[in-house]
Design a protein around this ligand. Structure first.
Ligand code: SF4
Length: 681
């Protein structure tokens, strides 16, 4: 690794921004050892370590040496693109070993040739303005090599008809498809099979992991090792893919596809239309029957046990009803007063759809696929409505027009142990934030990772001189009525000291709006608030506007990179404890208490420490960055657990004097000796 990363190494000779980083070499050597010894590894590599190259180089060396395929999974598509467009091409030019890399995105990023052709005869467009857009997509689909919608950069991100033409697995005909050979997903898979290194994101990785050994096979080709970057996100992503879910969109899409079936027998086609209308009616009634969170957005616990009335059909092999004999069924389905009646009505209508599809003579390939989806939908709905598996938490999410019913495993550690850590010889987990108070107990416990080497890679940043941590001398309790005013006063003082150039990060929308409304009229710097435009546009404005102040919440706590003076201050209002009313968080906490543990110390505190580190990590992004970190929450000093937060922060100077903040921007030899120091020894 010295030959690659050392001061005289290959990277030093070719990389314009090369900096010698001992932490990077140590990490690269640890990753290489993990491959050689077939062990798991956890590495925390804070900003300034150069972790991407530190895992890519040994991964390439291991793949080329053993001929085994290695998967790299990132937290976001942006990071995937950065690896494929920047880091991997750089290494292909720099390293002597020749290697092939391929990117795999979720299937819904790719166009489906079969569905695009079918769309010509089906109404997929909602308005005239979409005709030009569809034409453009159609022409592009005939000439693109990848079929990846990222190439359509001049069209809006949320094309309304894309979901009717994407290559999602639900609607794929597989080898029965006439377009299987030129299919973009087939080609993507082939490129991945031919590659030494495959770059995916966590959603695709865990979707694949949940499917492996299942009836419908895996998405990724086999691999010998995986590197999971941004590994602090894994528990949440894994619980999404090991869970069960049904949404109103899913039923809408199913009925849309039923409407697209072209059958020889017109009478059966008409019957299917009648059944679809009935499913739609009962689905509408079903969704309306959920009171939880009605009129709001967010995630809400489901009241337990809404089922199971005796009318629910369990036996999917029951002889199918005759076409046209729908009156009894509708009557039965419409039984109003029983608990679970809306579900029974929907289930019966779906059952009728299922049985009608099952007896089609010479069904078109789409019909088989739709039949499978109806069966899966019925199964999922029954599971969700019964809600009797104690290992799951059942909840509902409302977002825009969407209603999502979900069941998530409360603890994914056993699943990950069985399906990932026991099966794949080397799993490397890395992130800028994985430890809490200097240890990895929390992440190991949550993910079920018993056997793993661990290291914290050293950053090249000189936090003592590059950053100062400001803790206000006195603040009220964050739950008190005085909080809002006091927090706003502190933000005003801080941004005046730093001349704006600040992110003010809140733990809630309400907190963000209150701070924005109180602070913006009282300062002379341009203020932006999250929600006023897209995240990308907001960041662009912030970067381009001198002395700006941006008020934001969770989505700006991670993955945001503003280098240089433009961002010289990050203010965090409250310690970012997960919202205890969130159904999944509440279930995890309850589970820890039931096992005799303390959910506060074993879950809430370490999880909040990791989030706080993410937020504060926005500040120092290069060796020349300087800035102020501010945590307004007094509990960081007044509570015993506050020590765990302080111990986990970068080793910077600490002050409670507002007039000392400027010192961090002075020459680094002028360090104020009156300040104390955060050490994480
Ligand atoms: S194989 Fe599947 S994804 Fe590919 S074109 Fe056919 S239906 Fe679409």
């Amino acid at each position: 690794m010295q030959e690659v990363f050392g001061p005289e190494g290959l990277i030093a000779k070719t990389h314009p921004e090369y900096e010698h980083r001992p932490g990077q070499i140590n990490m690269a050597e640890a990753v290489l050892r993990a491959f050689e010894q077939r062990r798991h590894l956890i590495v925390e590599a804070g900003t300034g370590t150069g972790k991407t190259l530190a895992y890519l180089v040994p991964a390439i060396a291991a793949a080329c040496g053993s001929g085994a395929r290695i998967v790299i999974s990132t937290g976001t598509k942006n990071l995937q693109e950065q690896l494929m467009d920047k880091d991997i091409p750089f290494l292909q030019e720099t390293l002597p070993a020749k290697f092939r890399a391929a990117v795999m995105k979720g299937r819904n990023n790719y166009a489906c040739l079969h569905r695009i052709k079918r769309a010509e005869t089906m109404p997929v467009l909602d308005g005239l303005d979409q005709i030009d857009q569809f034409d453009e997509v159609f022409r592009w689909s005939m000439k693109t090599e990848t079929g990846d919608r990222a190439e359509l950069s001049n069209l809006p991100e949320n094309l309304p008809f894309w979901r009717h033409i994407d290559a999602r697995s639900d609607t794929c005909l597989g080898q029965k498809c006439a377009d299987f050979e030129p299919c973009f997903v087939t080609k993507m898979r082939q490129r991945a099979i031919d590659a030494d290194v495959i770059v995916v994101n966590h959603h695709l990785f865990f979707a694949d992991l949940a499917l492996r050994n299942g009836a419908y096979g895996s998405v990724l080709p086999d691999y010998a090792a995986v590197i999971l970057d941004e590994a602090h996100q894994i528990e949440d992503v894994a619980s999404e893919y090991f869970g069960v879910g049904v949404s109103n969109y899913q039923i809408d899409d199913l009925l849309y596809d039923v409407g697209g079936l072209r059958l020889e027998n017109n009478e059966v086609e008409r019957e299917l239309a009648r059944i679809s209308a009935r499913v739609q009616r009962f689905a509408d009634a079903f969704w309306v029957s959920f009171k939880e969170g009605r009129g709001l957005e967010g995630r809400f616990s489901l009241a337990p046990s809404r089922s199971s009335s005796p009318t629910m059909r369990e036996d999917v092999s029951e002889p199918p009803a005759l076409a046209g004999g729908s009156a009894d069924d509708e009557e039965q389905a419409g039984m109003p007063a029983l608990p679970g009646a809306p579900h029974n009505a929907l289930d019966n209508a779906l059952y009728r759809l299922e049985t009608t599809l099952a007896i089609l003579k010479e069904p078109p390939p789409d019909a088989e696929n739709i039949l499978r989806r109806v069966r899966e939908l019925r199964f999922a709905l029954n599971f969700l409505i019964k809600a009797d598996d104690k290992q799951f938490v059942y909840w509902i999410e409302r977002r825009g027009r969407g209603v999502f019913l979900r069941a998530s495993p409360i603890n994914v550690s056993g699943l990950l142990q069985d399906r990932l850590f026991a099966k794949v010889p080397t799993v490397v987990l890395t992130s800028a934030t994985l430890s809490s108070a200097g240890n990895f107990n929390f992440i190991r416990e949550r993910l079920g990772l018993d056997e793993a080497e661990e290291m914290i890679a050293e950053s090249i940043f000189d936090f003592e001189n590059q950053a100062v941590l400001y803790l206000p001398p006195s603040m009220p309790d964050p739950r008190s009525p005085q909080w809002g005013r006091a927090a706003a006063d502190e933000v005003i003082k801080i941004v005046n000291a730093t001349e704006g150039r600040a992110f003010v990060l809140s733990t809630s929308n309400a907190g963000m709006n209150e701070l924005y409304e109180r602070v913006a009229p009282q300062i002379d710097y341009p203020c932006f608030v999250q929600g006023s435009t897209s995240k990308g546009a907001l960041l662009k404005k912030f970067r381009e506007t001198p002395n700006a102040v941006l008020f934001a919440t969770a989505s700006f706590w991670q993955g945001v990179d503003v280098r240089g003076e433009q961002l010289s201050c990050v203010i965090i209002d409250k310690l970012p404890f997960a919202v205890p009313t969130d159904p999944v968080v509440a279930a995890r906490q309850r589970h820890i208490e039931e096992m005799g543990g303390s959910s506060f110390y074993e879950y809430s505190v370490p999880q909040a420490v990791i989030s706080l580190k993410q937020g504060l990590g926005r500040l120092i992004r290069s060796t020349s960055d300087r800035g102020v970190l501010a945590v307004l929450d007094p509990r960081v000093r007044t509570k015993v657990y506050g020590q765990q937060f302080l111990k986990s922060l970068p080793p910077c100077r600490v002050t409670s004097k507002i007039d000392e903040l400027h010192s961090v921007f002075d020459d680094k030899t002028n360090v104020q000796s009156s300040m104390s120091k955060v050490t994480n020894a």
